[in-house]
Design a binder for this molecule. Structure first.
Ligand code: SF4
Length: 415
């Protein structure tokens, strides 16, 4: 099978508004860091951002910067810089890209946002190891380099049931961050502001979930590749009204597409699930490759990981703890299999693609028999693609194309 010319890309109109709020976010961070008008906290992507925001910090997410380094392909030149100071090419390529960016004083932020010279210098670094240990090592490196405190939550892993005991443990760890954060911020935590911020995060998360749910329609109005772009506010601006306003706008547009029968991929004939990280430096190519095969990659664990039904403004610490523990990446293998089965059913998926990301074992769920077990359980065929989130030395475009085309051909024989 050969791919035909890629269909025209359908622009989501709300993208312009997203670009505006993300621009305001980055310039706001830059102003905080360069003028000292607000303290800056760095936070892992599913760290206690609500707490930091409620305490008045401007919050920077190094993983978001990592994704920018990957999607702009800056990472290719930067990863070796981190390798040279002892960080292996086999560990998280967000970490190595980001540390390389610091060492080489090179960031795509400067190109995208004139006047921004670097990522904002932190006053405090706050991690949660719910996703992996790499984030702790990553932040500890900066703590030594920049002489700022790194504090965080040591999360349970491979969680079967999110028990009250585990929630107690993590909630206490979040509360224990407060004295250090108050000392850095020079202000006391206002519990009402925290309640309000958690409630805003909940609303943002609900709307983001509703956006992703529109993909249950045939044809889907958005793809996984669109989702990786439009999740920016859910990651960087959760806990703010701007993110809520944005997702209301995006949701209305997608619902209109559904009402009008407009699909993200013309002539959708297959519905695919993406399990694992995106290949940031190949988003466009992958989007076009699948579209040219009339295959909609329309649902993913990755984008759905920013849906947190547990957030509750009335119970901020415990609900944050529960939200951070219920995350897919934190859970045991049986939970993950049941989750994936449910997703395949709900989105009426014809085939599942596992991205085996060389430098992120935590988001590569193909390594312990999952594809075989899930296929035996559901009958939905699986394809494993070897690659990486940021390190394009681990990506073979030709092999990816050959494997995807063969997979699509196999699936088409079944529909
Ligand atoms: S989960 Fe993977 S990609 Fe994310 S920080 Fe950890 S190792 Fe890196």
């Amino acid at each position: 099978m050969t791919t035909s010319n890629p269909p025209a890309r359908k622009k989501i109109r709300a993208t312009e508004q997203m670009a505006r709020i993300m621009s305001d976010y980055f310039y706001g961070l830059n102003e905080a860091a360069t003028t000292g008008s607000r303290k800056v906290a760095w936070c892992t992507s599913v760290g206690p951002a609500e707490l930091l925001r409620a305490m008045g910090f401007a919050v920077h997410f190094p993983e978001n910067h990592g994704a920018m380094l990957g999607s702009t392909r800056y990472s290719t030149d930067l990863i070796p810089e981190a390798n040279a100071v002892g960080y292996s090419p086999d560990i998280c390529s967000y970490l190595t890209s980001d540390i390389g960016s610091y060492l080489k004083k090179s960031t795509p932020l400067s190109k995208a946002y004139p006047g921004i010279a670097s990522v904002p210098k932190p006053d405090v670094l706050v991690y949660n190891t719910n996703q992996c240990r790499d984030v702790q090592d990553w932040f500890n490196w900066y703590a030594k380099e920049l002489k700022v405190p790194a504090i965080g939550i040591s999360s349970p892993k491979n969680v079967v049931d999110v028990s009250e005991g585990l929630v107690d443990d993590v909630a206490r760890q979040i509360e224990a961050l407060v004295p250090t954060l108050e000392a850095v911020a020079g202000a006391r935590l206002d519990i009402d502001r925290l309640r309000e911020t958690v409630a805003l995060s909940r609303r943002c998360s609900q709307l983001w979930g509703d956006v992703l749910e529109t993909a249950r329609n045939r044809p889907t109005p958005l793809t996984f590749f669109d989702g990786t772009i439009h999740m920016g506010p859910a990651v960087c601006l959760r806990g703010t009204q701007e993110a809520i306003d944005y997702y209301e706008l995006l949701l209305a547009e997608l619902r209109q597409r559904v009402a009008d029968g407009v699909g993200a991929v013309d002539g959708e004939q297959l519905r695919l699930y993406w399990e694992g990280m995106p290949v940031w430096g190949r988003l466009r190519q992958h989007s076009e490759m699948f579209a040219s095969l009339r295959a909609s990659v329309l649902a993913s664990t990755y984008c759905s990981s920013w849906v947190f039904p547990a957030f509750d403004g009335q119970d901020p610490f415990r609900s944050m703890a529960r939200a951070y523990l219920e995350l897919f990446i934190v859970r045991a293998e049986d939970y993950k299999q049941a989750y994936l089965k449910n997703m395949l059913d709900r989105f009426e998926i014809d085939g599942i693609i596992y991205h085996d990301a060389k430098t992120c074992p935590y988001n590569s769920n193909n390594r312990y028999g999952m594809p075989q077990r899930l296929e035996a359980q559901t009958g939905v065929p699986a394809l494993v693609l070897s690659g990486d989130l940021n390190d394009l030395r681990c990506v073979s475009d030709e092999q990816t194309k050959i494997n995807v085309e063969a997979f699509v051909e196999q699936l088409l024989e079944r529909v």
